[in-house]
Each structure stands twice: as structure tokens, then as C-alpha cells.
Design a protein. Structure first.
Length: 331
């Protein structure tokens, strides 16, 4: 695969994958990104002539078609990605996540291009805290939020385009990512940057909701493994056995940043808040031989905290607006 088109490659996880491709392959990488509020050009700066950034919308066939025609593979990360935003205004989620995916699928069908679809564990809904089963590739879809339902809809389009039109696609559903370059609207960077600003971390509800954390670099290595070795038409779940409840995560951040671990506050809960996500990634590990490298959440978190301390100029400009929006919702 000489030419790889990465949609959403200026976002948190997409940019991590662009770096991973540059470091681990010889591919030329074209990033197609609308540069929404969630994008940052700096995240893909300095990578030389191996990486080209095209600013455009995945829902615009006139932009997508010629780029797909030139590509050997498309890896589709672009999305509206934040659950809280989807509760305030679902509209861009439907346009980008569903119409955008449809537009890409029509292009890969037309030009016979290999396609990998990035999705989330949230399509499966949530689990009870004591459920002994985790999500697997055969768990029925049961999304809760406007965000997760549009991601589920996009996954189903991919499955239908494989079966009906013979599109050469794979799908991955990954658990919650953490690491550098994550937008400060998200849980972990919001709390780190709050503490840098002398503000208490904000926990939705009681904080007993469980998320299954994986470092973004491990997500990237899994996606490249699937792109190179995955079986067409298959879905692979990506996870690193990183279940933690939000209360424990906030306490860890407080401790690593030198504060009393009870120095946080409870705020309004999220509507329809999923209780627990947990991934069983046995298929990816046994069939494709993938293993995560970032097994130590505490040291991954310490490095992430250091990154936000070192890169205040990157996030500072966004902080006041993000916090004003949360404050207006009692969060
Ligand atoms: P992000 O919000 O940080 O980045 C999304 C990127 O997509 C941004 O650069 C944005 O400008 C771009 N984009 C949005 N609409 C676009 C459009 N219409 N056309 C072109 N580009 C557009 O998101 P993220 O957290 O990096 O998530 C990336 C992907 O991974 C998403 O598909 C998301 O569903 C999936 N995912 C995320 C997580 C997570 O924990 N963040 C976990 C599993 C799966
Ligand atoms: O201030 C907060 N306090 C809090 O308790 C915020 C912003 C969140 N939370 C809770 C809500 C969730 O239980 O923390 C947990 C994580 O929240 P988010 O970072 O918003 O992530 P989540 O809703 O779990 O979704 C993420 O993982 C799956 C990504 O945003 C999605 O794109 C991905 O599909």
C-alpha cells in the first residue's frame, strides 16, 4: 500500500495513526480533514513530504472522489466524536458520521479501493458492572447516544457495502483512548487541564461508570495490523484490558499531580450515561497476533499529564470556551 488516505488525520487518534504510518511503513499519507474545532494542524506538522494535508469534508463527493481514486487504501477516522456534543446538537453527527461514511463507501466501491473503518465499542451499548461477559464481535448492536447510534449506523453501512457490492472492507471497534493531543473536552485531558488551572476535577454523577482505557499508540498498531493482515469483511475489537471506573481515574490523576485524591467535585450526570464498556480482544490477539505495548495505565497517565504540562500553548486557547459550555449545563 503505497498511498494511504487517512480521513480525520488531524484529530486525536487519526494524527497518532499518521505518525505511526510514517514511523512504521514507507507509505505516502494523504490526510483529508475538515479541520473542525477538534482538529489541530500542529498534530501532523513536521512530517515532511511523506504527509499531505487536504482540508475538505468527507461528505462532499467532489472532494472525496479524486482522493480515493489515487489511494491504495482508505482508513476512515473522521467523525464527530463527543457524546456530550451529540446530546446538545445531533445534526453534524448524522451528516459526518453517516452521510460522510456513505460518501466514502461509494467512492471506494467505484474505484475498488481497500477500506478500513474506525469505530467504537459504544455501538454495543453498555454492560452491568458485574456482567462476566465483555463485548465481542458477535455482541448485538444497542447504541445509546446520538453519537454512538450514528457510529453504529456507519458500521452497518460498511457491512452492507461488503455484502451487497463486494467492497473490500474491515471494521474495528476500539475502547476509550487516552494520550497526547486529545481534545480537552474529553474526560482525562479536561481533568488534567482543570488541575493545572487550580480547578477541581468534575465527575459526572457518582463516578462509578467504567471505561476500558487503551493508549492511542496501541490503537494505531492494531489498526495497521488489521489493514495489513485482517480478513476482508471481518470486524475486530480492539482493547487492552484497561477497565477503570471514573472515580478511580480521577483519584489517580489527582495523586499523580500532587493533590489530595478526594479533592474533586460531583457535577450533573450525562443524560443516558452508559454504565460500563469492556472489550474482549481475543480475536485480534489470536488471529492477527496483536498485543498492546502500553500495559501500565499509571505510567501512561503520568506521561500524558506531562504532555499537557509541556503543551499548554496548544490547549490554552480552547479552555475557556469548553469550560463555559460545561458550566452552562451544570457540568
Ligand atoms: P476527534 O474529534 O479528536 O477528531 C475527529 C477528526 O475528524 C477531526 O480532525 C475533525 O476535524 C475531523 N472531521 C470531523 N468531521 C469531518 C468531516 N465532515 N470531514 C472531514 N473531517 C472531519 O476524534 P477522535 O477521538 O480522534 O476519534 C477518531 C475516530 O475514532 C472516530 O471515528 C471515533 O468514533 C473513533 N473512536 C474514538 C475513540 C476515543 O476514545 N476517542 C474510541 C474508539 C473509536
Ligand atoms: O468532565 C467529565 N466528567 C466525567 O465524569 C467528562 C467530560 C466525562 N466524564 C465521564 C463520562 C464517561 O463516563 O468520563 C467518561 C469518559 O467520558 P468521555 O471522555 O466523554 O468519553 P466517552 O463518552 O466514554 O466516549 C469516548 O470513548 C469512546 C470517546 O469520546 C468516543 O469518541 C469513543 O467512541
Amino acid at each position: 500500500m503505497k498511498n494511504i488516505l487517512v480521513t480525520g488525520g488531524a484529530g486525536f487518534i487519526g494524527s497518532n495513526f499518521v505518525h505511526y504510518l510514517v514511523e512504521n511503513t514507507d507509505a505516502q499519507v494523504t490526510v483529508l480533514d475538515k479541520m473542525t474545532y477538534a482538529a489541530s494542524k500542529e498534530s501532523v506538522d513536521g512530517l515532511g513530504d511523506r504527509v499531505k494535508l487536504i482540508v475538505g469534508d468527507i461528505a462532499d463527493a467532489a472532494v472525496v472522489d479524486p482522493l480515493v481514486a489515487e489511494a491504495d487504501a482508505v482508513v476512515h477516522y473522521a467523525a464527530e466524536s463527543h457524546n456530550d456534543n451529540s446530546l446538545n446538537d445531533p445534526s453534524p453527527f448524522v451528516t459526518t458520521n453517516i452521510i460522510g461514511t456513505f460518501t466514502l463507501l461509494e467512492a471506494v466501491r467505484k474505484y475498488g479501493v481497500r477500506y478500513h473503518h474506525i469505530s467504537t465499542d459504544e455501538v454495543y451499548g453498555d454492560l452491568e458492572l458485574d456482567d462476566p461477559e465483555r463485548f465481542t464481535e458477535s455482541t448485538p448492536y444497542n447504541p445509546s447516544s446520538p453519537y454512538s447510534s450514528t457510529k453504529a449506523g456507519s458500521d452497518l453501512l460498511v457491512r452492507a457495502w461488503v455484502r451487497s457490492f463486494g467492497v473490500e472492507a474491515t471494521i474495528s471497534n476500539c475502547s476509550n483512548n487516552y494520550g497526547p493531543w486529545q481534545h480537552i473536552e474529553k474526560f482525562i485531558p479536561r481533568q488534567i487541564t482543570n488541575l493545572i488551572d487550580g480547578v477541581k476535577p468534575k465527575l459526572y454523577g457518582a463516578g462509578l461508570n467504567v471505561r476500558d482505557w487503551i493508549h492511542a499508540n496501541d490503537h494505531s498498531s492494531a489498526v495497521l495490523t488489521i489493514l495489513e493482515k485482517g480478513a476482508i469483511g471481518e470486524t475486530y475489537l480492539i482493547g487492552a484490558d484497561g477497565e477503570k471506573n471514573n472515580l478511580d481515574t480521577v483519584k489517580l490523576i489527582l495523586r499523580l499531580m500532587g493533590h489530595d485524591e478526594n479533592d474533586f467535585e460531583h457535577v450533573n450526570d450525562r443524560a443516558g450515561h452508559d454504565l460500563r464498556y469492556a472489550i474482549d480482544s481475543t480475536k485480534l490477539r489470536t488471529e492477527l497476533g496483536w498485543t498492546p505495548k502500553f500495559q501500565n495505565f499509571e505510567s501512561g497517565m503520568a506521561d500524558t499529564i506531562q504532555w499537557y504540562r509541556d503543551n499548554e500553548t496548544w490547549w490554552r486557547a480552547k479552555k475557556a470556551e469548553v469550560e463555559a459550555k460545561y458550566a452552562s449545563q451544570g457540568q
